[in-house]
Design a binder for this molecule. Structure first.
Ligand code: GDP
Ligand code: ZN
Length: 297
């Protein structure tokens, strides 16, 4: 379900002290994409900013653990209609466990995710067999895969159509072509300069690097910088597999519930991996995440 898109109208606003202290579980009380109730006397300006009285309940959000030791978490963005995880296969070399971790985070927080495979022009040239391999691994997940080239424009119209009338998160590690894609979607935007960004209006105390753009096809893009990896917050070990859609589907036929899909007899997930219906790469990401859950508990 899509929520009505807001008007694009930037003005300065400050948080009331009360909101700042409300939730000590997170390092930031407000995130890009939040909807708020605010008050203002007259015209808002830097000297007369609006006061944010209340952050309205979020329909969803994505979050990152601040560090492995701290229990605090950082909200990356809120109220998302869709997340596009931008990857390429070479330059930079793709790290599958990293992609899987982001996909799991989107599942955990109820944000529909799609994979954008960029630099298709280059990949067809240098590693066509790796493209086929990527499909072998991810087709069975059910995630939408958009193949594009920000350089040649291939697939850009399809992506623009897909993200129009939505509030979207664009996430990807540095070098995959995120800025080039945003510029290809709307040439009037320059993500590297970011002169229309909200962040600039936040004053010099801002630590947030998340920016929202209004693209001409009527969508909003939240640009999140090269994410080092999301820490999984609030996920029990038994739950991890339920956030791998293809494992969740297969697990209906496991002999035991719950099943960790590691040592149990009659495990349908392991059988699917052996039969090639679930890729060993995805399964290996899953095992890696189980291990980490153990470590940080
Ligand atoms: P970002 O760090 O993710 O924002 O990546 P940039 O948009 O700055 O792009 C990183 C590099 O990849 C630049 O040299 C771009 O010219 C190049 N690049 C981006 N998209 C494509 C593409 O579709 N094809 C090719 N061949 N190069 C691309
Ligand atoms: Zn099982």
């Amino acid at each position: 379900m899509l929520s009505a898109l807001p008007e694009w109208n930037l003005f300065p606003a400050v948080l009331r002290g009360k909101i700042r202290l409300q939730d000590s579980e997170v390092t930031n009380p407000i995130a890009v994409g939040d909807r708020v109730r605010y008050e203002i006397d007259g015209e808002p300006s830097m000297e007369n900013p609006a006061s944010i009285m209340e952050v309205l309940p979020r329909k969803n959000y994505v979050i990152r653990k601040s560090t492995n030791l701290s229990h605090q978490a950082h909200i990356i963005a809120a109220n998302l209609d869709k997340a596009y995880i931008i990857v390429t296969l070479q330059f930079p070399h793709i790290k599958l466990p990293f992609l899987d971790r982001i996909l799991v985070t989107c599942e955990v927080y109820n944000v529909p995710a799609a994979i954008v495979l960029n630099k298709m022009d280059l990949l067809r040239e240098v590693c066509p067999e790796q493209i086929a391999d990527f499909h072998r691994i991810y087709d069975s997940t059910g995630y939408q895969i958009l193949e594009i080239s920000a350089k040649t424009g291939e697939g850009v119209d399809a992506l623009r159509q897909d993200c129009s009338n939505r509030i979207c998160l664009f996430s990807g590690e540095s070098g995959v072509g995120k800025s080039s894609i945003i510029k290809a979607l709307d040439p009037s935007l320059d993500p590297k300069i970011g002169d229309i960004s909200i962040a600039h209006l936040q004053g010099k105390h801002t630590t947030s690097l998340y920016e929202m753009y209004n693209i001409s096809s009527d969508g909003f893009i939240i640009d999140s910088p090269g994410l080092r990896g999301f820490g999984l917050v609030d996920v029990e070990k038994e739950e991890v597999a339920t956030y791998f859609p293809e494992m969740l589907r297969a697990s209906e036929n496991c002999r035991f519930t719950p099943c960790t899909h590691t040592h149990e007899p009659g495990c349908a997930v392991k059988a699917a991996v052996e039969a090639g219906a679930i890729s060993p790469e995805r399964y290996s990401s899953y095992l890696g995440m189980l291990d980490e859950e153990k470590k940080y508990r």
